[in-house]
Design a binder for this molecule. Sequence first.
Ligand SMILES: N[C@@H](CCOP(=O)(O)O)C(=O)O
Length: 465
Amino acid sequence: MRYLSTRGGISPLPFTATVLEGLAPDGGLIVPEKIPELSEADLRRLRGLSYQDLAYEVFRLFADDLPESELRLLVDRSYATFTHPDITPVVKKGRVWILELFHGPTLAFKDVALQFLGNLFEYLLLTRGEYMNILGATSGDTGSAAIYGVRGKRNLAIFILHPHGRVSPVQALQMTTVTDPNVFNLALEGTFDDCQAIVKQLFGDLEFKRRYRLGAVNSINWARVMAQIVYYLWAYFRVSEAEGAEEVRFSVPTGNFGDIFAGYLARRMLGGRIERLILATNENDILTRFVNRGDYSVREVIPTLSPSMDIQVASNFERYLYYLFGEDPERVREAMVRFAEEGRLRFSEEEIRRVQRDFLSASVTQKETLETIRDFYQETGYILDPHTAVGVRAALEFLEARPMICLATAHPAKFPEAVSRALGFEPPIPEALKGLSERPRRVVILPADPAAVRRFIEENALQIS
Ligand SMILES: N[C@@H](CCOP(=O)(O)O)C(=O)O
């Protein structure tokens, strides 16, 4: 498989180069040259596999320049850190299925890809005798998952930018209590969008990127998206079999468009057996306005009870645009230039119709989020985290005969304040979070200024002369 940039400015790359590159040097996102479609025979072969075997088979389609034996080891090592034997179990609760993506070390869906990416980085760097400084932005969950994915690994340092005071207290503790010398948490005085823009700006400075060997852990890195495709296929197989249904819907709480973009690819691979994806947003509803009205225009970021989704500029949206525009990089480049200048994009009626064949969308208020946590608990005894609650609420709006699978993107114990507001008690604390608040912390507060971040990296980056 070869990889291209959504903006058309690179020669085709193999998988391993794609992973190390992160963001394409022309500022675009990297996409596979073609999306494999699974035949009936493939589906029969994949249906009964364990999660690890399925992941191995899916990765083989995209990562064909990795030795197969090494890929197998990477998959097994990555999912050995999960506490559930099914890795991402799917359970029926009330009228919907819940796909639990929070059984990894940091209790969020990000672990599914970042455990793998951490091991993959280590393997690639050691075999090439290279090092890397990872630079990432987080609105809460990616940060700790990336840190846990690379801590203790050789030839790697990691710099994670989060918006100061705008992640949940548990999310902040998960990141800042990792005090290994190669882990740097930078709390920026701004929003997640500021953090992500700084990351993209520093990646866009090719001289800086090459000098400090910058690597990406956000879903701009293709390996993140690839790893997330697996759980859509996994859940499709489990639920279609249990319900005797050919088609299902998935509901996905969405901020940066990475997770739902993996769902879009899974939908294409399954030949439409995912009838549609429900794109669920909180009050930061730019993506809902896009799906429902073709209005993709930036507004102020509103802090909510589901902070990981407090995002206006969704970086993976560009990958979807590439397919919406018929894989025409020229159109993508023009659109991204216009968006940078005007902060908005408009779409034709025909384009909106096509978008609506892929997605249905609803935006969910904080009041509705709390009501959903409460009502769902009363009906099923199951505690939703606020992000999952946004997805469940949107799912209930679009419930019909097909089974509905809701992505449970984080464990409720990461958001005890929101759960307690809804239910009057906090969720039980899982082992992984016990004693966090007593541990020493390390975090540096900086202005949301690219020059300040750049200086910090220059002073602290791993450099091997
Ligand atoms: N919601 C994310 C934001 C970053 O998204 P990513 O998928 O591109 O890493 C978070 O929790 O940090």
